[in-house]
Design a protein around this ligand. Structure first.
Ligand SMILES: [Zn+2]
Ligand SMILES: [Zn+2]
Length: 387
């Protein structure tokens, strides 16, 4: 297993803190991507390409030999969140209203640390493709890079991701084979009635009462239509309609999200959603306009690749420090788009007892850096052994 000098790890920590002080949102990660590309070039990576998926960066590092023909993708995310940081850390965000509250500063810095090691040692037979993606928060950055030809241009055959996890002790990893994180679908509905005076409802078609019945009926998708042993969430999170106490409005709109862990459950929820909204709206004499968008696929860890990822993590921190049966989460992750293209796995890295991700007091735990960098290099060298 590779070892890293204190100086090398101190550099990763310094990069991480620099990214933390200078957070950028979604695709506007120009500074971060620029620094990453400069460093990758200075490490002697064989190719460094920018502007993939607008502001994504890709580096190619060939092993001492590459006749195995293997090409492995390693992915980190670069973007921050629109959150006002509330920590008083020396490296706190210098940009009001923007913050690295999901640890993508750490993810990018750790993959950079691995890139430097891989480019210096090249102790593998094959090609490592290091992927730095924008716009994970908002779930379109991975897709933008894919649409820009990421997998075909570089011949990537399998792909791996890593995310930090608050609550999991530092020095531990966790993952699961199969569905690891949920799909995220989004709906927006407008119920059109016929407005009028509140005192003469018989001359109106009331969209408020229709919407109430629709939202209540939607709760039966999870409770009555899906297998109780399979997970699904349907949350209506906003309703808008009406202005005055004595006016029946013309229309009411609502929106929310659907999360599932299996494609067949996802399909069922969508089908039932349309049926319930349309028929209940019709029963009340209203009409429904539905927008139902597939924001993010199910994050599916290929069982064999998840096993290999777990083995690499175990080589870094010890077998007893890798949990391989982590329960799935109904959060979503846009790395799922990459896992739709090629088999691979996402693993979680212990961030210790910190605030949760997306919280204004959160901070990536620098103590996790040796484990994260170690995982990337170990994984690469194991998947493409030099001998
Ligand atoms: Zn996040
Ligand atoms: Zn994240």
């Amino acid at each position: 297993m590779a070892t890293f000098s204190t100086d090398a790890l101190e550099d990763v920590r310094a990069w991480r803190r620099d990214f933390h002080e200078n957070p950028e949102l979604l695709f506007e990660v120009d500074r971060t991507a620029g620094i990453i590309a400069d460093k990758l070039r200075s490490f002697g990576c064989d190719e460094v390409l920018t502007g993939i998926g607008r502001t994504g960066v890709v580096a190619v590092v060939r092993g001492r030999r590459s006749d195995s023909g293997k090409v492995v993708g390693l992915r980190a995310d670069m973007d921050a969140l629109p959150i006002y940081e509330q920590t008083n850390l020396p490296h706190r965000s210098r940009v009001e209203g923007k913050m690295h509250a999901c640890g993508h500063d750490g993810h990018s810095a750790m993959l950079l640390g691995a890139a430097r090691h891989l480019a210096a040692e090249r102790d593998f037979n094959g090609t490592a493709v290091l992927i730095f993606q924008p716009a994970e928060e908002g779930a379109v950055g991975a897709k933008a890079m894919i649409d820009d030809g990421l997998f075909d241009r570089f011949g990537i055959q399998e792909v791996y991701g890593m995310h930090n996890m608050p609550g999991l002790p530092v020095g531990q990893f966790a993952l699961r084979p199969g569905p690891a994180m949920s799909s995220a679908d989004r709906f927006e509905v407008t119920i059109e009635g016929f407005g009028g005076h509140a005192a003469r409802p018989q001359r109106s078609v009331d969209p408020v009462i229709a919407t109430n019945h629709i939202i209540t009926a939607l709760q039966t998708i999870v409770s009555r239509n899906t297998d109780p042993l399979e997970s699904a969430v349907l949350s209506v999170c906003a309703i808008h309609g009406g202005e005055a106490f004595n006016v029946i409005p013309q229309s009411v709109s609502f929106k929310g999200t659907v999360r599932t862990l299996l494609p067949e459950v996802r399909e069922l929820c969508e089908k039932r959603f349309h049926h319930i909204v349309n028929t209940v709206a019709d029963a009340f004499g209203t009409t429904a306009t539905i927008t139902y968008a597939h924001d993010c696929p199910i994050t599916f860890n290929d069982p064999e690749k998840a096993g290999l990822a777990g083995d690499a993590a175990a080589a870094v921190v010890g077998t007893d420090k890798v949990r391989r049966d982590l329960p799935p989460s109904l959060g979503s992750e846009d790395f799922s788009f990459m896992l739709e293209q090629r088999p691979g796995a996402i693993i979680f890295l212990g961030n210790g007892d910190t605030a949760n991700i997306h919280h204004p007091m959160y901070d990536f735990n620098d103590e996790a850096i040796p484990h994260g960098v170690g995982y990337w290099t170990e994984l690469t060298e194991r998947l493409m052994p030099a001998n």
